[in-house]
Design a protein around this ligand. Structure first.
Ligand code: SF4
Ligand code: SF4
Length: 99
């Protein structure tokens, strides 16, 4: 199981996503570019509250459940995806990924 504690850190990584997403997710690289407000922080992040201002209609890139259903469920189990999410989240929060 993966539970996001809503720190907002991954919403500040639009530049990293543009550079690191693999070719099969080229559409997400483009989306990250569109979301980037210029400094790598998503234009929809409330910088004070550290919360998404369009959470209910956030894009597929940011919606783990929908992303799994639409793009990943034929490639891996939900448990495997949760392991990836937990690892990624921990790495992001530990500042091992620099923008
Ligand atoms: S870094 Fe992890 S806890 Fe923070 S917003 Fe992203 S998924 Fe949630
Ligand atoms: S759309 Fe919302 S959840 Fe997605 S990166 Fe921007 S602020 Fe974060």
């Amino acid at each position: 199981m993966f539970i996001c504690s809503k720190c907002g850190k991954c919403c500040t990584m639009m530049k990293y996503l543009q550079q690191s997403l693999p070719e099969e997710f080229a559409d997400f690289r483009e989306l990250a570019k569109e979301l980037d407000s210029g400094d790598g922080i998503c234009r929809y992040l409330d910088r004070e509250a550290r919360l998404c201002r369009i959470y209910e209609s956030r894009p597929l890139l940011c919606n783990n459940a929908l992303f799994f259903e639409q793009r990943l469920k034929d490639l891996m189990t939900r448990e495997e995806f949760d392991k990836i999410l937990n690892f990624s989240c921990k790495t992001i929060r530990s500042d091992e990924i620099l923008q």
